[in-house]
Write a new protein. Structure first.
Length: 302
């Protein structure tokens, strides 16, 4: 992964009358990241995104994108960014092709039919390219919103709640599209979402903010590995298994026998050693089930 920062935010503050939306926020997004941007409602996520897109200004602190800052670098910065912020809006009486054509023309980019059709194909709308947008489902409109964000081939894509209101099939389609854009087209993506399971699947790095401050930032797997995971193990002899684990020297907490098996907390990296320890003593490990995830980590921190 690149160590070249695409976004560098330092000491960012934003005050709205009596409310401090951002309070010394620091965050760094590197080239090639899928960067999960997480926080409870009112944590400052939307304010940060608006500042990154030059839709709002900060009271203090610094923001650099691609090594440039606002306002001097605004033109160069925004040409390299695509964004889907909240609910996308369209001219619903025209078709998707015309919508993207107008967007390119009004934003000063070249209008190329092949590029528009390529993007509509990428988001799964090629067969409905010339259907009126008013006939689209919510999921189709969400995909068209992403098409608007990427039609000019940006280096950085910012997606704010891109799967909001979608059914499971729609969520899967957007997830696969984000992965495709990152892996195959080498796009850097900032993904703000309330669906923490999706972020856990897609993102390689993340930040959790609360009350305008960064609570934690880093590699998703490393952060989750540092968190004690609630684990349930089923074996052919629970009592013997508990005794073996108590004497194993592995750092386990809350070790008890429950209705579903043996329950305890440990770091994720310890689980293979637990399995190895039991098997070495001749026990049959029928299943190991990790109950906690990014959602538990998030709730624990916020």
């Amino acid at each position: 992964m690149s160590t070249e920062p695409v976004i560098s935010v330092k000491g960012l503050t934003k005050q709205f009358k009596d409310v401090r939306a951002l309070d010394g926020l620091d965050m760094t997004v590197y080239a090639g990241d899928v960067y999960g941007f997480l926080g409870p409602n009112g944590s400052g996520k939307s304010t940060t995104i608006r500042i990154l897109l030059s839709l709002a200004s900060a009271n203090s602190g610094s923001v650099e994108l691609f090594g440039e800052s606002y306002p001097s670098g605004r033109y160069n910065i925004l040409r390299r960014i695509g964004a889907l912020v909240e609910k996308p809006d369209f001219y619903e009486y025209i078709d998707a092709y015309k919508q993207l054509e107008l967007l390119l023309r009004y934003s000063g980019h070249d209008v190329k039919r092949n590029r528009i059709m390529e993007v509509l194909d990428l988001v799964g709308l090629k067969d409905r390219a010339f259907s009126k947008i008013r006939t689209y489902s919510k999921g189709m409109k969400q995909r068209l919103g992403i098409a608007q964000a990427i039609v000019h081939d940006p280096d950085l894509i910012i997606l704010d709640e891109p799967v909001s209101g979608l059914d499971p099939a729609g969520i899967r389609d957007i997830r696969n599209l984000v992965i495709h854009l990152n892996k195959d087209f080498k796009k850097t993506i900032v993904l703000s979402s309330h669906l923490l399971y999706e972020v856990e699947i897609i993102a390689n790095r993340m930040i959790i903010i609360n009350k305008g401050k960064a609570v934690v930032e880093g590699n998703v797997k490393d952060l989750l590995n540092s968190f004690e995971v609630r684990t349930v193990i089923k074996t052919n002899d629970d009592d013997m298994s508990i005794n073996i684990l108590k004497e194993s020297g592995i750092n386990l907490t809350g070790l008890v026998s429950g209705a579903d098996g043996i329950v305890f907390h440990c770091k994720r990296e310890s689980i293979p050693f637990v399995n190895q320890c039991l098997v070495a003593k001749g026990l049959m490990v029928e299943s190991i089930h990790q109950v906690q995830s990014l959602e538990d980590y998030f709730m624990n921190l916020t």
